[in-house]
Design a protein around this ligand. Sequence first.
Ligand code: S3P
Length: 437
Amino acid sequence: MRFRVRPVTRLAGAAVVPGDKSISHRAALLGALAEGPTEVHGYLEAEDCLRTIAAVQALGADVTRKGPGHYRIVGAGLAGLREPEDVLECGNSGTTARLLLGVLAGQPFCATLTGDASLRRRPMGRVTGPLARMGAAFLGRAGGTQLPLAVRGARPLSGLAYESPVASAQVKSAVLLAGLAADGPVSVTEPAPSRDHSERMLRRFGARVETRGPTVTLTPGPLSGATVHVPGDISSAAFLLVAGALVPGGRVTVARVGVNPTRTGLLDVLGAMGARLGRAEGREDAEPVADLTVEATGLAATEIGGALVPRLIDEVPVLAVAAAAARGRTLIRDAAELRVKESDRIAALARELGRMGVRVEERPDGLAVTGPQRFRGGRVASGGDHRMAMALTVAGLCADGETLVEDTACVATSFPQFVPTLNALAGTEAVIVEDGA
Ligand code: S3P
């Protein structure tokens, strides 16, 4: 699959984005571990989150799809999951793999996880390390640090006070989920705050979770089922908002977007770049939401680093596109984590934006872009990374001439409605055409 992208002359209107990927995964996992029913509304029905649903079903949770995005999950309780009969396929989803490893660490049975070529390259030692210290056993490639991985869980696990070397919500969440099966409190201390959806949802399901400065502590105890309304994913909205900020005359509103402060680095950066942003706040369950509006205006360069990085880590590909269009030198640093995402996004951005005539300086921990530069239509490739595919499409909308974005089936991992959503904002002209070739 590939996208043919034509430069857009108009981008205006209101859009919705599908449910938040991070929150959807957590709703399925906590639902499976809880006692009693959980109702999830607005679940992200994209490949990554459907992998998590399939995994919890294989582990014995009773899942019913009651309508689009509406799932009822009857949990098995902390001690009620069963050994899966087959390998758990995590596809492209790092969150499925790492959070499941946390769940499985505390189950007294054996399970094997695998994933696609990208996921099999990604580091798992960052979770198997602390989970092994709690008492779980792992066997797998590269000394038990890469999928396929077999896990033999144990109960009870030992409590742990873990100092994580990376600001990663996946690591933090894996340890907290394992902590549900521990014989004492577990804590995770992070170098900078990562997204806190697990903490919020664990509390909503009745867990004792305390956050003090950089440290989160969970005291083991049962979970009870809850109702979860999943807000729109700010990481998907990011593509629409940046496109709206860049296309002359653009005005785009995205309704009901999750604006948890641990996720809104994109809004801070767009604001610092001079974007005209409007925000109407609301609140649903444990997460804040807002209708976000952006109006096109000339953008100026900014610096992105430090504690801001985990708050926008998934938005860097599309922010690099914004930076190329902005006046001045934008520097993104402290973001070496980008090299171990669905692809090495630092190398991919330098290479693929380079193919559109945009010079990007690749640095070990980020990149620098001096703008404004013109995007030249041409042939680029996602490398199988959904966020690269969508960021390059946004660049194509602002380019001189047609852009061919190759390898775009991956968009279905997080935002299956991406193309029709952007085409609707473009009005009558179909600016993006999906091409099966
Ligand atoms: C996620 C956390 C982030 C993010 C990923 C989803 C999560 O990864 O990049 O897309 O749902 O916890 P890290 O926690 O590894 O930084």
